[in-house]
Design a protein around this ligand. Structure first.
Ligand code: S3P
Length: 435
């Protein structure tokens, strides 16, 4: 069914999809668990830490800043963090491909009493950092950055921060979390107004760590203070689960379980959208692990109808737009995805790449300035696809390969390991010998 080399995956149409998958630990929660515990008082154990390259970038950077971090299994799934006073790093800190690492760590470095430089790979160095630099400078942080203060590398010189009242121009959880972190080091309360709700893992974890985060509608505020270490069991990543859910609901002969998935309401937009399209997805065994809701999800072959996806739903499914666009290819009618211009400044321009690659497979799709319009029902035929080194595009195209006729190849398939190193193995096991 699948051959996966260092650069290219080959996926053939699957005649049936059956199986049960537990995706890796949630990337957003993993980053936060390590960064927050590294600046907390005490020692914490993190179970099911995300094994992807992005989460490893966070481990590497927090170690370089002096945190004592031990990884306990081969894949690094158990992590023990013993906080130490942060110290000036001896070298440039490299966040690799990880926007979350860069933006969250910036909130810590802005309040740290030393000089540091933070960079990333070519993709990350082209992503907008002005959105964090501007408010951090308003808080009093002396920060320099390339391209007139908008692009990494970023240079922090240490300084004392004051609390601000800030209206965020975009509903970004990375920006919100950066400012909440910096707010811990400020001299007075920091108040942040969001244009729409984005994932609230920072707020939940701060509270579990003894910090008072007040929420009033779209306004979040934090008072300066110290975090207390807290053990975290990371649920499976709903953004990784989304690939299997879409595969199952679009395939004519599929039954798939995805287990132990984090279903925090600020992340379940993908479930809401698929269910609104008519997807047969059951949410079972709801439970709570470490303050985050968790459930098992069962998805099966479904008859899908087009919907409109936009507004406040977008931040709740921001990373799932490419795979939802694929689902829309199997829905009756025209799906309109709008208010999603943020997709253009992710690891790749995901509106452009989704349009380009799904077109290659035969989809009827149109790129809009802030979204996509997809008319379902066109037959998808295997083709040679390019992932643009973007993990979410590589995985979306892998799922497209299972659903399309014939054979699909995906370049830089290894980029899936940014968030989901076992993705291609799980894809192979789901399609099994029957494909
Ligand atoms: C994330 C927030 C989102 C998301 C990213 C993870 C986080 O980014 O796309 O994958 O962990 O806070 P934005 O804040 O840029 O929307």
């Amino acid at each position: 069914m699948l051959q996966s080399g260092p650069m290219q995956a080959t996926v053939r149409h699957a005649s049936r999809l059956r199986g049960s998958i537990t995706p890796p630990g949630d990337k957003s929660i993993s980053h936060r668990a390590v960064i927050f515990n590294a600046i907390a008082d005490g020692e914490a154990r993190i179970e099911n830490y995300g094994p992807g390259a992005d989460c490893l970038s966070t481990l590497r950077i927090m170690r370089a800043l002096g945190a004592d971090i031990e990884t306990e299994s081969a894949g690094g799934s158990s992590v023990v963090v013993r906080a130490r006073p942060l110290t000036e790093p001896a070298d440039v800190l490299n966040a690799g491909n990880s926007g979350t690492t860069m933006r969250l760590v910036s909130g810590v470095l802005a309040g740290a009493p030393f000089m540091s430089v933070l960079t990333g790979d070519a993709s990350l160095r082209s992503r907008p950092m002005g959105r964090i630099i501007e408010p951090l400078q308003l808080m009093g942080a002396p920060i320099d950055a390339r391209a007139n203060g908008t692009l990494a590398p970023l240079v922090f010189r240490g300084g004392s921060l004051h609390g601000i009242h800030y209206r965020m121009p975009v509903a970004s959880a990375q920006l919100k979390s950066c400012l909440l972190l910096a707010g811990l080091f400020a001299d007075e309360e920091t108040v942040i107004e969001q244009p729409a709700l984005s994932r609230d893992h920072t707020e939940l974890m701060f509270r579990a760590m003894g910090i008072d985060v007040a929420e009033d509608g779209l306004t979040v505020s934090v008072k300066p203070g110290r975090l207390n270490a807290v053990d975290v069991t990371v649920p499976a990543d709903i953004s990784s689960a989304a690939y299997w859910l879409v595969a199952a609901v679009c395939h004519p002969d599929a039954e798939v379980q995805v287990r132990g998935v984090g279903v925090n309401p600020s992340r379940t937009g993908v479930l809401d959208a698929l269910v609104a399209m008519g997807a047969d997805i059951r949410i079972e065994n709801r439970r709570s692990e470490g303050g985050e809701p968790v459930a098992d999800l069962s998805a099966r072959s479904s008859t899908l109808e087009a919907i409109e996806i936009g507004g406040d739903l977008i931040p709740r499914l921001v990373d799932e737009v490419p795979v939802l666009a694929l689902a829309a290819c199997f829905a009756k009618g025209t799906t309109h995805i709008k208010d999603a211009a943020e997709l253009r400044i992710k690891e790749s321009d995901r509106l452009r790449v989704t349009n380009r690659e799904l077109t290659r497979l035969g989809a009827r799709i149109e790129e809009l300035p802030d979204g996509l319009r997809i008319t379902g029902g066109a037959k998808l035929t295997g083709a040679a696809c390019r992932s643009s080194n973007d993990h979410r595009m590589a995985m979306t195209l892998g799922i497209a390969g299972l659903l399309a006729s014939g054979e699909t190849t995906v370049t830089s398939a290894e980029s899936a390991s940014v968030s989901y190193p076992s993705f291609w193995d799980d894809l192979g096991s789901l399609a099994g010998a029957g494909s």
